[in-house]
Design a protein around this ligand. Sequence first.
Ligand SMILES: [Zn+2]
Ligand SMILES: [Zn+2]
Length: 249
Amino acid sequence: HRDGRRSDKSPSGFRTLRLRAEDSCGREHVLTVKLKSKHPAEAPDCSADLPVPLALPWTPQSTLEQLHAHFLLVLESLTQFWDVLDEIDSKTWILEPERPSRSDTMRRIAIGNNVSIKVELDPRHPKMLPECCLLGAEHGAACASAGRNPDASVLLNLRDVLEIQFPSPATHDKSSFNVECGICYSYRLEAAVPDQVCNDPRCGQPFHQACLYEWLRALPSSRQSFSIVFGECPYCGKPITVKMAAHAP
Ligand SMILES: [Zn+2]
Ligand SMILES: [Zn+2]
């Protein structure tokens, strides 16, 4: 219950309830219900960690039990979506988001050293093959659009369509994916992730745009043309270019 998001100042006579609910697959959910001062004439504010907007019917005769029952129906409509993501989360290494919540529809999945795939699921059509985009040393983005086998899981379809073996927690350690920026050694720099990747396939080291820009700009061997700096990869010495980061000083 201490979720640190209690910044909204509650007027007096304004109560917040947290109703727990378990979906048919045993996942725990919380429905946050803020009762208005004119409750029950005024509908309460309801919120939950869901990938879709939450709209629960309310009349002055409604009860919290009915609200809870409606919430369970909403949860049931999303169980397939969470099934798909739970399979992906348990069988692959997720690089982003760091701690997926029940409302997150995107996953960046590690494929190999410096290569990952970003998939975006539609919560209303979770069994469809998600939109996906390959990130990493091979810049060509392979984006599959159609599912192959309607009986197989999304993860298996992704594997077959993209011909990718996803390293899983069972077979790989997360540290085998070299995903940190090669200059600052962290993954997240403010909101940015290391998306500038050395084009040499044997190197493939990722960098933050701002880190690489600052690094190259400081070297006398680099040259700048308009907003692009041409220099050498700090790791392998092969040519690398970077655009000036929009927020770079
Ligand atoms: Zn960095
Ligand atoms: Zn390199």
